[in-house]
Design a protein around this ligand. Structure first.
Ligand code: BTN
Length: 240
């Protein structure tokens, strides 16, 4: 089992902990290495978006997993499960996972995950967890409403809890990951719309019905067609 957090490199200010993590991974840093920062000037989100947070109020961390093996194929689902458990060990919150790997509390985004990988050598697991950001401190142009852990929880405690749970979930079997994801599935039974399946402009609407053994989102379209949407190809869009 990888012990995450050893060694740890903390930077007061950096462009992106994922960028630093990538660099360390390329240089051969051992699995378990974690990079953290108080502030990022070019924090990366999924799909080329940016990720920003006020200094010292969010957990901004990137953990190196090396080597990346076949048994890690559900890593994108396993990581948010680890974050859910870590948060719930610190505060009286109930966390759900919004496919593919956002952590949600009360319909608001608490954490995001960005995994960058160079298989089979390494993966950098980037986690941005809102720990103590006040509602007024979130950027007004956020696409989705956001929330923090609150309850007096600090960033260091959040890091310790996340590292501990990551160690357990990163090596979990696919069966365990899918079973736990099913318990925490924020989209189950909900109508979702997407773009990208079967080509950049293809779009669709259906009802989400969990994930398959490869982590694809299963949807049943209005026409009754059952599809498996891959996180790399499709993008969910807001729907009723
Ligand atoms: C998303 O929801 O779009 C994923 C956001 C991931 C943000 C984290 S913050 C720490 C790490 N460093 C980055 O540049 N990005 C990830």
């Amino acid at each position: 089992m990888t012990a995450f957090g050893h060694p740890r490199r903390h930077l007061a200010n950096t462009d992106s902990t994922n960028a630093r993590g990538r660099q360390l991974a390329i240089e051969g840093a051992p699995g378990g290495t974690v990079v953290t920062a108080d502030l990022q000037t070019a924090g990366r989100g999924r799909r080329g978006r940016t990720w920003s947070a006020p200094a010292g109020k969010a957990l901004l961390c990137s953990a190196i997993l090396a080597p990346l093996e076949l048994r890690h194929s559900l890593l994108p689902l396993a990581v948010p499960l680890a974050v859910c458990e870590a948060v719930e060990s610190l505060a009286p919150l109930e966390c759900l996972v919004k496919w593919p790997n956002d952590v949600w509390v009360a319909e608001r985004k608490l954490a995001g995950v960005l995994i960058e990988a160079e298989p089979p050598a390494w993966a950098v697991i980037g986690i941005g967890l809102n720990v103590a950001i006040e509602p007024t401190e979130f950027p007004p142009d956020l696409r989705q409403p956001a929330i923090s852990v609150g309850h007096g929880v600090g960033v260091e405690a959040a890091l310790d809890a996340v590292c501990e749970r990551l160690g357990s979930w990163v090596g979990a079997t696919s069966e365990r990951v899918v079973a736990e994801y099913t318990e925490r599935d924020a989209l189950a039974g909900r109508r979702v719309s997407w773009v990208g399946a079967g080509g950049q402009t293809a779009e669709g609407t259906g009802v989400a019905q969990g994930v398959d053994e490869r982590g694809n989102l299963i949807v049943v379209t209005t026409e009754g067609q059952r599809l498996g949407l891959g996180a790399g190809e499709v993008q969910l869009v807001e729907s009723g």
